[in-house]
Write a protein that binds this ligand. Sequence first.
Ligand code: AMP
Ligand code: FE
Ligand code: FE
Ligand code: ZN
Length: 303
Amino acid sequence: MSSRSAHGEGACTASRRYRGGVRIDLHAHSRVSDGTETPTELVAAAVEARLDVLAITDHDSTSGWDEAADAARRLGLTLVPGMEVSCRTPEGISVHVLSYLQDPAHAGLLEEITKAKDARLSRAEHMVSLLAEDYPLSWDDVTRHLAPGATVGRPHIADALVAAGVVDDRAEAFATILSSRARYFVQHYAPEPALAVELVRAAGGVPVFAHPVASARGRTVGESVYREMIDAGLAGLEVFHRDNPEDRRPFLTHLASEAGLFVTGSSDYHGAGKPNRLGENVTTPEAFGEIERQGRGTAVVRP
Ligand code: AMP
Ligand code: FE
Ligand code: FE
Ligand code: ZN
């Protein structure tokens, strides 16, 4: 399968720009959160997609790091240990902060992601109890699809709905009964974005604002939230991502150059859970170098 198929124009540009050079994708999920592959399978898929560097960035969890690192050493891939922190503004807007090379044992950051993970579990149970009033769905159906210790999210409820024949795929579930506008939707605790940025830095990590203008997912934040995140130590913006509309990207690149942030491009691969393909967007070696230079909590894993 071509890694240059099935993506937007910006993604094409980013891929073409680095063709023949080092291919770096810094946003991907495994079964430790809502990807569909084990960390080992994810690393193998990255090799198959001819990537040189991959970051594993499961939601609110680092428990895939060791397995991914073993696979990366074995298969000859450079691995950046990372994570995607779920956040929410006081107005209720969802924000995702990517963290690279943080100390996974840092108490302050660990406490926040543990709180969010626990809240995700009760929230998922609550959503399933609401859905069960109208659809053939039980909590058991959801946990059956879950890897042990995985960060539970709506994608896992979607998988159970697919198995029950209620929807055809995750995308249909998100477009209908799992949408944030649906009556079955329940929120969960998540830290404010600036707090997450501060904690990632405190843990020696490098914080990057993930898909900042992904309007199809819901409301996106205004400039004041960017300012708060920048003041808290934000390092970069994920500009090249299929969910960032083309016409909003100049705003991001302008803000990045004005505030001294680097920009990244990545796939946000979820295995079979999303159409996003590994390497459909890539990050420059310069931005990757900056991440490695700033990261103090964990080292990049080289084969
Ligand atoms: P949650 O964090 O539990 O509210 O669920 C949001 C997660 O669902 C995000 O991490 C996305 O990766 C995933 N997601 C959002 N929209 C879709 C979609 N249309 N198809 C598959 N996965 C999605
Ligand atoms: Fe996800
Ligand atoms: Fe995200
Ligand atoms: Zn993601």
